[in-house]
Design a protein. Structure first.
Length: 465
């Protein structure tokens, strides 16, 4: 339960204020948490090491919009923002022609060519409308990397994303510990997320999905605090504003959590609870933070969109309605479950056992929430319920957004739109394993060791398809 799960957090807060002996917060907190800090760092460093190996082995450009992201970061590094209608910079074209991209290999010229007429692909940066938050962070990290290393900018951009993912995994471990999962379970469950294809994909390419673990954990912490009776308004405000500065769909998990908080407030009101309105303050803060950033950026984009501009990618992944909107959406409602569809990995790391891991990870992240509805109780069951309905709600958010903006829909909804729900789903998996005794936990560690071994040899390209 959350009451017990957050005892350690409350205890840490009391100690932080100091005790009768006048000890500092740090001196009392550090002895109790240094083991957790060490484990979290080990998890982050392991993930970073695997990502570095894969970055060095896979040089080609990812088809998941990586060229547009590289171009955006490069522009910010040179003091400008891209706008709709802008074509790729010579730097991006040169990198694209030399690194290649398997999906458009025959449409790219020989290495070093920067003449747009020689490229048989869309020359407009079609993601220039996205907010600059993520790109600014990666640009700063890349600039720092260029000062202290001799690595090329694209490699440094990818390493920046790897660091963000590593931090996200460390935060997932911290979330597990907030819910009182023992270290012996929190660590392997967190490490098992490396088997999900999106984790390493966004850690080894320049991807706006790199912070998905960070924002997923922040959303879960907002829910955790409210369930334990503590206000999360300030955290919701900051998390929503930062997520809105990355891209709208990054808000998905937080929007779902805010919706749950509205229901919690209603239930508390009906039951006559004190301070039933507290969750509504968090909802208002989250809506204000995310809404304001989204509104302001939308105004900026509209003001800098050229007259007569047309969306060049409209109709490539989406299509116009042939009937009732909900009828078109209905077959897509299960597309996000498992969080594997729409992922990508380069040829050097595409292996048979890697594909098996992807399928098993998808199965685990699909089954765990439904098992949680049966096996868990109280507020832990609420988490499982959110993990069950979350993927469906993400699909509806994506489809409604596309309908409102351009009156189109996605026949296939990529699971990457819902990856911010992965930390919450992993938490449910951890809570299911919590009753395991020593032997059961030993089995979990053996399974984790096997998975990590397969991940490492997958990154080394052993058993390539």
């Amino acid at each position: 339960m959350v009451e017990g799960a957050t005892d350690s957090v409350a205890s840490a807060r009391r100690t932080w204020a100091g005790d009768g002996n006048g000890r500092s917060r740090w001196s009392s907190w550090w002895p109790r948490r240094r083991a957790d800090v060490g484990i979290a760092l080990a998890i982050g460093l392991f993930a970073l090491a695997v990502a570095v190996v894969q970055i060095m082995r896979v040089t080609e450009i990812s088809p998941i919009d990586e060229a547009t992201h590289i171009d955006y970061v490069w522009r910010i590094m040179h003091g400008e923002l891209p706008h709709r209608g802008d074509t790729y910079t010579p730097f991006t074209l040169e990198e694209w022609s030399c690194r290649k991209q398997a999906s458009v290999y025959n449409k790219l010229p020989e290495c070093g060519v920067t003449d747009p007429s020689q490229f048989g692909v869309i020359m407009e940066n079609y993601n220039a409308w996205q907010p600059p938050g993520f790109f600014a962070v990666v640009a700063l990290m890349t600039r720092i990397g260029m000062v202290v290393t001799s690595l090329d900018p694209v490699t440094l951009m990818r390493l920046s994303c790897a660091i963000i993912v590593a931090v996200g995994l460390m935060m997932v471990y911290a979330l597990m510990r907030m819910w009182s999962l023992p270290r012996g379970l929190a660590a392997p469950v967190t490490l098992l997320l490396l088997a999900n294809p999106f984790t390493l994909m966004v850690a080894t390419t320049v991807s706006t999905d790199a912070p998905f673990l960070v924002f997923g954990v922040l959303s879960a912490i907002v829910l955790t605090r409210e369930l334990s009776g503590k206000s999360a308004a300030l955290l919701a405000l900051i998390a929503a504003a930062c997520a809105g500065a990355v891209k709208t769909i990054t808000l998905a998990s937080l929007v779902i959590v805010l919706g749950v908080l509205v229901l919690i407030a209603v239930v508390r009101l009906v039951r006559g609870r004190d301070r039933w309105w507290q969750p509504l303050l968090t909802v208002a803060a989250g809506i204000s933070g995310g809404g304001l950033v989204t509104l302001l950026w939308g105004r900026y984009v509209a003001a800098h969109t050229p007259t007569g501009w047309e969306n060049r990618v409209l109709g490539q992944n989406n299509t116009e309605y042939a009937g009732n909107p909900f009828d078109e959406w209905l077959p897509t409602l299960t597309h996000v479950f498992g969080y594997t569809s729409g992922s990508w990995e380069g040829a050097p790391v595409t292996t048979y056992h890697g594909q098996l891991l992807t399928n098993l990870a998808g199965l685990a992240l699909t089954v765990a929430p439904f098992c949680g509805l049966i096996a868990l109780r109280g507020r832990e069951r609420l988490l499982a319920g959110i993990a069950v309905v979350g993927p469906v709600l993400v699909v509806l958010l994506v489809q409604v957004q596309s309908w409102v903006r351009e009156e189109v829909y996605f026949p296939i909804v990529s699971a990457r739109y819902g990856v911010t729900l992965i930390p919450l789903t992993a938490l449910v998996l951890g809570l299911l394993l919590k009753p395991l005794k020593r032997r059961g936990r030993a089995v979990v560690w053996c399974l984790c060791a096997l998975v990590l071994l397969l991940i490492v040899i997958d990154s080394l390209g052993v058993g390539r398809v």
